[in-house]
Ligand binder design. Structure first.
Ligand code: HEM
Ligand code: HEM
Length: 230
């Protein structure tokens, strides 16, 4: 968004608090998981952090259907053709178009990050290092499946890192060259947009009751799984 400094702007609540906690918790946990996994240290905590990421991703998928306005997939996942057509606009420094939530290209990046983390977390459940640590499914599935899931778990982090680097490059590009304060918005929840687009503005407040029900359900299921199979 390249708004000249004299363009009147207004503040929009774009990311509710749960999306922001989800995001920054993910950043910390993925950093730890990558470090512990590749160094082969703190593996018991690796497994716990892995469960937490799985829980966060499942929450995010549910929130993508019943969450606040800008968190919903329907409000940021466009058809692949529309997303491709928007590429020149999204990467143009001069473009004056505005996206309150994720832009159409960024929307697919979000989907890709969610899917790869889901696959990484699920494959971890059937992964073994053959020495100290087994995912909880290893005892119940065939040896072939364990080695297949372990291969996937060891292979996906390279793709995950590539996606994260691309994600960071895109965010920094928007921040530096298009002056869209995306990082600030992911911290405070608030984005500044030109007043000229105020007709289409929607604020994303946290639907508190819905949020509590989802968190209670996921915590209950997680607790039950860990006490029975962990
Ligand atoms: C999305 C979350 C996760 C991420 C990002 C992640 C990341 C990693 C990474 C980077 C490695 C090292 C790969 C390598 O050596 O090249 C690893 C290894 C491992 N992970 Fe995860 N992991 C996740 C979830 C889990 C879960 C949920 C479990 C088990 C319940 C698990 C169990 C293991 C085990 C046992 C290894 C060692 C495999 C070996 O050394 O052969 N991980 N993980
Ligand atoms: C392990 C590293 C990271 C992962 C896995 C990750 C993942 C994600 C995901 C899944 C979203 C979508 C949020 C949602 O709609 O729920 C997102 C958005 C975002 N992330 Fe990250 N992120 C990572 C690191 C970072 C870092 C280090 C920064 C800042 C320097 C950052 C800045 C942002 C911003 C600004 C957005 C919003 C983009 C927009 O406005 O469209 N991310 N990230």
């Amino acid at each position: 968004m390249s708004s000249p400094s004299d363009t009147p702007v207004q503040k929009v609540k774009v990311w509710d608090i749960s999306i922001r906690i989800f995001h920054w918790a993910l950043v910390a946990l993925i950093g730890f998981l990558w470090w512990s996994g590749t160094e082969g240290v703190e593996m018991e905590n690796h497994v716990l952090a892995g469960y937490t990421v799985l829980g966060l991703i499942i929450y995010r998928i549910i929130w993508g259907f019943i969450g606040s306005h800008h968190a919903r997939f329907i409000n940021f996942v466009r058809s692949p053709i529309k997303a491709l057509k928007s590429v020149p606009d999204v990467i143009s420094v001069r473009s004056d178009s505005h996206h309150v939530g994720h832009n159409p290209v960024g929307g697919w990046m979000v989907v890709a990050l969610i899917l790869i983390l889901l696959a990484q977390g699920i494959s971890g459940l059937g992964t073994t290092d053959d020495i100290f640590i087994d995912g909880p499914l290893v005892a119940y599935i065939s040896e072939d499946l364990v080695y297949w899931l372990t291969d996937i778990h060891l292979m996906l982090p390279d793709f995950l890192i590539a996606l994260v680097i691309l994600h960071l490059a895109a965010v920094l590009f928007h921040d530096t060259f298009k002056r869209e304060r995306l990082i600030q918005a992911m911290i405070t929840g608030v984005k500044k947009v030109p007043e000229s687009i105020s007709d289409s503005i929607r604020h994303s407040e946290l639907p508190a009751l819905r949020f509590l029900i989802v968190v209670a359900l996921l915590s209950g299921i997680g607790w039950w799984l860990i006490t029975h199979y962990g």
